[in-house]
Design a protein around this ligand. Structure first.
Ligand code: GDP
Ligand code: MG
Length: 211
């Protein structure tokens, strides 16, 4: 069913900025490659500098142009570049299910991101990805990840960039959440504009007591 506010989108294209964050080695770049290029590279290559990957998604005759920002070479002690986060419409947090530490630093990423963004946090689309579920030596259970998400109102998907499990579904869900939020903000912007419009000429004017 179409979203109730979809008629307000006059443009045929909507740009959505998404950032992907998480510990080094969690698989951020691999997940993006899997989603955007449908490939997986076994060789470890540390991303240098910020990368932006683009992908289009069609929703009810509108093209969502996803721009996914991946900052390489990061770890939790590196000072954050807030301009990297600016204008984001959604955020993906990633951890490696076989690496406890990558799960423990999620709050750090979430907090730094949301604080530097300075937007109302209520309803901001956040997706958590537990990656590398193809591996056997798991350290973080699904239940633990789900309860983390429940407390923070995030969506959880278990994925494998290597075996191509759930990656596309996760991106689609997040993109739809981001698009929905975009439509909601458009609606509240329109409502505010109407409030500012002066009363029309046809409207009865207050009767003057004078003369
Ligand atoms: P990043 O630092 O978060 O960008 O992580 P990378 O994408 O560079 O991945 C780090 C390492 O984990 C690389 O050697 C990848 O090949 C490996 N890797 C990434 N995703 C998976 C996965 O789903 N399964 C397995 N087994 N290895 C993965
Ligand atoms: Mg990387």
């Amino acid at each position: 069913m179409p979203h109730p506010h979809i008629y307000m989108v006059s443009a045929k294209k909507v740009d959505l900025k998404i950032v992907i964050l998480g510990a080094m080695g969690a698989g951020k770049t691999s997940i993006l490659h899997r989603y955007v290029h449908k490939k997986f590279f076994e060789d470890y290559q540390t991303t240098l500098g910020a990368h932006v990957m683009s992908k289009n998604l069609e929703v009810e005759n509108i093209t969502l142009r996803l721009q996914i920002w991946d900052m390489g070479g990061q770890d939790r002690f590196q000072p954050m570049v807030t301009s990297f986060y600016k204008g984001s419409d959604a955020c993906i947090l990633t951890f490696d299910v076989t690496d406890e530490e990558s799960f423990e630093c999620l709050d750090y990423w979430r907090k730094t991101f949301l604080e530097s963004l300075r937007v109302p946090l209520d309803g901001f689309p956040v997706l958590l990805l537990g990656n590398k579920i193809d591996l056997k030596d798991r350290q973080v259970s699904k239940e633990r990840a789900l309860s983390w998400c429940e407390e923070r109102k995030a969506t959880y998907f278990e994925v494998s960039a290597k075996d191509d499990v759930n990656v596309e579904q996760a991106f689609e869900k997040l993109s739809m959440d981001a698009f929905e939020r975009y439509l909601e903000s458009l609606q509240s912007f329109m409502t505010d504009s109407f409030k500012l419009t002066p009363p029309s000429e046809d409207e009865p004017k207050p009767t003057s007591k004078c003369c």
